[in-house]
Design a protein around this ligand. Structure first.
Ligand code: ADP
Ligand code: MG
Length: 144
């Protein structure tokens, strides 16, 4: 079992696509094991995206990600990282395959509706950035 961090970005939350996106996740063998709605600060967005600090889009991306409410979730399943990236589609919705979330909902390459960790290393940074271990549901054996 693998875990990944998903974020429903401000453009998608604002336009009312949260339910549809969570539905897509749950219909594709991914289990939501943590979920919250929050409005992050510019500084928190900068920390989250620090690998992109030298990119030309960093300023705009972090302003956008702190511009409104996001929904953040931990997803669990077999190959959860790749599975969620496949459901999301390409970064630029113009390049995304039909049926993917970004193809269906994204506005442009920046306001592209969803985030997903891109590797186990990234997931292990991103999941605790949003969730404490106590906030992540895990199935425990039933007490007898
Ligand atoms: P992904 O989210 O698909 O992993 P990246 O990690 O490359 O993509 O980029 C992080 C986020 O930065 C993207 O999801 C998108 O919101 C934004 N972004 C990426 N490339 C650009 C770009 N060329 N112009 C504007 N925003 C971008
Ligand atoms: Mg990325």
């Amino acid at each position: 079992m693998e875990r990944t961090l998903a974020i429903i970005k401000p453009d998608a939350v604002e336009r009312g696509f949260t339910g549809k996106i969570l539905d897509n996740i749950e219909n594709n063998d991914l289990k939501v094991v943590a979920l919250k709605m929050l409005h992050i600060t510019k500084g928190e967005a900068e920390g989250f995206y620090k690998v992109h600090a030298q990119r030309p889009f960093f300023e705009s991306l972090t302003a956008y990600m702190s511009s409104g409410v996001v929904v953040s979730a931990v997803l669990e399943g077999e190959n959860a990282i790749k599975k969620w990236r496949d459901l999301m589609g390409a970064t630029n919705p113009k390049d995304a395959t039909s049926g993917t979330i970004r193809k269906e909902f994204a506005i442009d390459i920046e306001k592209n509706s969803v985030h997903g960790s891109d590797s186990p290393e990234t997931a292990s940074y991103e999941i605790p950035y949003f969730f404490s271990s106590l906030e992540i549901f895990s199935r425990r054996p039933t007490q007898t």
